[in-house]
Design a binder for this molecule. Structure first.
Ligand code: SF4
Length: 437
């Protein structure tokens, strides 16, 4: 057996790059995974599952699944995309940037809509950043400098398990030699989560009242009077948190879907950014979204380079339009405005409202996915592919927008294409059908 080091975990946006993976001498089997958290380890071991799908499966009219060849899968996908007036090409967050860019090329040729998982996650953050800008930093700066950490509407103890040990709370950095002993941790969450239980100060906010509490913190930071309670939090606690943040040398506010998808949505992030800006009058402060899928940040980046917008890009008129609420996947599905669905690198079947999932089930649809998922169960074609970050390398962006080259540690099953290879073949066929050189 041999050990491969500096392996990057392709699970969450923390993109830990210090994993070690023990593989068999023939390079085909993963024996052990070191340093990863339990979900990261599972991602590697899951690729070894004995019941893994290795051939494309297609559903017939009666709902029976039949094996088809890769050529047939390419043909079905290309024909579906070319015949549709406005296909939705959704997902992209669990694949590499190379595959994303190839998929966008197809979308441009067929006049599709490209949307990623930010649409139900941090899309509101992206809107706010476009509105007001963002004072941010890298996770390396957090580790080396930050002594006041806020987790607002997120639960890294479960969703990003090594975030606190690698970057935000426990590590000893260059200017943070005492590790967690010199850091103050504030958690804002209506629930008493495992992250909240570790906090120095937990503000157990009333659900959906983030905007008010963020406003109150801005007032408290300026030393202006507050009502007795705001969003269920006593005035003294708010003042205490404001003083704690102001007295730090470097404040970082991390936030998650508890605040991006609760009442006020992007306006919550607008004001959280304004709070960060205010704090910079007293100390150094930055803010960062806790991105979920390991390369959802990359999807926004690649869409940004190619079309100028980070999600829900509508190419159906021959040029890029971006209109969240209109060109976003669930709005398009609900209004019946798309006539085919292509999914790669995500699982809308598990995360979209049931009304949207039913729409997907009624349409011609393809899911490119190494696992069996609720989405593969409703799509007409399930195309299995290699696991990016395990059986295929490529570029991914960490939650702080730092690009990291993922590593291939084992060979995929024989004949298994990567996302990029499959998309390349579909692109070639789409070009033939469209008569494009
Ligand atoms: Fe992987 Fe995230 Fe766990 Fe790091 S914290 S090992 S990136 S799942």
């Amino acid at each position: 057996a041999k050990i491969i080091s500096d392996v990057v975990c392709p699970f969450c946006g923390t993109l830990c790059d210090d994993l070690e993976v023990k593989v068999s001498d023939d390079g085909k089997e993963i024996l052990e995974v070191y340093n990863a958290c339990v979900i990261g380890t599972e991602k590697f071991l899951h690729s070894q599952a004995k019941d893994r799908l290795t051939v494309p499966m297609k559903q017939d009219e009666e709902g029976n699944w039949n094996e088809v060849s890769v050529d047939d899968a390419v043909e079905y996908t290309a024909q579906m995309l070319c015949n549709a007036k406005k296909p939705l090409m959704y997902g992209w967050s669990s694949t590499n940037c190379e595959a994303q860019s190839k998929g966008h090329e197809i979308a441009e040729l067929v006049g599709g809509v490209v949307d990623n998982t930010a649409t139900v996650c941090h899309g509101t953050t992206l809107i706010a950043v476009q509105d007001v800008g963002v004072p941010s930093c890298t996770l390396g700066e957090v580790k080396n400098r930050a002594d006041r950490i806020v987790f607002w509407g997120c639960n890294p103890a479960h969703a990003h398990p090594r975030h606190m040990s690698r970057y935000s709370i426990f590590p000893r950095g260059f200017f943070t030699g005492k590790g967690h002993k010199a850091r103050k941790m504030v958690v804002v969450d209506p629930r008493s989560t495992d992250t909240a239980k570790m906090a120095d100060l937990h503000m157990q906010i009333e659900q959906g009242r983030d905007y008010e509490l963020l406003s109150a913190l801005r007032v408290a930071i300026r030393g202006n009077p507050l009502p007795e309670t705001v969003a269920g939090i006593p005035r003294e606690t708010i003042q205490d948190v404001a003083e704690t943040l102001k007295s730090g040398r470097f404040v970082v506010i991390f936030f998650g879907m508890g605040v991006t998808q609760s009442l006020s949505k992007n306006h919550n992030i607008d004001i959280a950014i304004a709070l960060t800006r205010d704090l910079n009058d007293y100390t150094k402060a930055a803010i960062m979204p806790m991105r979920g899928h390991y390369n959802v940040t990359g999807s926004g980046q690649v869409l940004g380079w190619q079309f100028g917008y980070p999600f829900c890009v509508d190419l159906s008129r021959g040029f890029a339009r971006y209109n969240p609420g209109d060109s976003t996947s669930n709005d398009l599905l609900r209004r019946g405005e798309v006539d085919a669905v292509f999914v790669l690198g995500s699982d809308p079947g598990a995360h979209f409202p049931i009304s949207s999932v039913k729409k997907i089930a009624q349409l011609p649809s393809v899911c490119v996915e190494p696992h069996y998922t609720p989405t593969t169960a409703v799509c007409k074609l399930h195309m299995p592919v290699a696991f990016v970050g395990v059986e295929e390398g490529g570029c991914a962006y960490r939650m702080d927008n730092v690009p990291i080259e993922t590593r291939k540690v084992v060979e995929p099953p024989e004949g298994m294409l990567s996302d990029e290879e499959f998309l390349e073949r579909v692109l070639e066929r789409v070009k033939e059908i469209k008569g494009v050189a």
